[in-house]
Design a protein around this ligand. Structure first.
Ligand SMILES: *Cc1c(COP(=O)(O)O)cnc(C)c1O
Length: 228
């Protein structure tokens, strides 16, 4: 089941990238609510990077997969509360949802330098007035400077979740705005190479607007039972 789904998603990304004359983006498989078995199946088919929304769920899944001999790359893509920062700094290789100074400080305090630098993205909120998650565009610079002074954190770029809208095309301006912020960030900092945007229903649009990483759940695993 999953291997053909993976092939189909990779084909779709390849087609979108060719049509937009953009480099092929990296695929992050969003495995929230999925079983360890489903993750293992996809990992054995060659998928390396997995995204989780909840720290607890990721801790358990990572241990499970490690016990199966599968050392994978885990990304936090859900909102991070500072009281979960210690566990998150240990369970994840990437945190894509850094959006305020307190999170930068908490991750810095808890990341074991022996594990190597935690890779981080700044989550920016470019268009969603209703959401409390993600920093405002004008806050990106200050956050990037704060991350840059900590060797245990390596800033890699930006992540965005546009306002939910039934028509994916309506999210294009948010992707475009985030790309502009990404280019500005890249001009001022070294090591910036990741623009995380696009999900199952809008990956093609995000790729056309310059995504270097897309986060795909439903198209790989099928519909989730619960909404998460
Ligand atoms: C669930 C989720 C995804 C994946 O969404 P699909 O529509 O299932 O592909 C991507 N990014 C974030 C932040 C998510 O929470």
């Amino acid at each position: 089941m999953t291997k053909p789904a993976l092939d189909e998603v990779l084909r779709r990304l390849d087609t979108a990238a060719r049509q937009a004359r953009q480099p092929l983006p990296r695929l992050l498989a969003v495995s929230k609510t999925q079983s360890g078995e489903a993750v293992a199946e996809l990992a054995r088919a060659g998928q390396q990077a997995f995204g989780e929304n909840y720290v607890q769920e990721a801790v358990a899944k990572r241990a499970r997969l490690q016990a199966l001999g599968l050392a994978l790359e885990w990304h936090l893509i859900g909102h991070l509360q500072t009281n979960k920062a210690r566990e998150a700094a240990d369970a994840f290789d990437w945190v894509q949802t850094v959006d305020r100074l307190r999170v930068v400080e908490a991750l810095t305090r808890h990341r074991d330098p022996a594990r190597g630098a935690l890779q981080v993205l700044i989550q920016v909120n470019v268009d969603d007035e209703a959401s409390k998650h993600g920093c405002r565009p004008e806050e990106v610079d200050a956050l990037a400077d704060a991350i840059a002074v900590h060797p245990v954190l390596q800033l890699r770029g930006l992540m965005v979740i546009p306002t939910p809208h039934p028509d994916p095309e309506a999210r294009r301006p948010a992707f475009r705005r985030t790309r502009e912020l990404f280019e500005a960030l890249r001009a001022g900092h070294t090591g910036i190479d990741t623009l995380s945007m696009g999900m199952s229903d809008d990956a093609d649009i995000a790729i056309a607007e310059g995504a270097t990483m897309v986060r795909i759940g439903t198209a790989l695993f099928g519909r989730r039972e619960s909404r998460a």
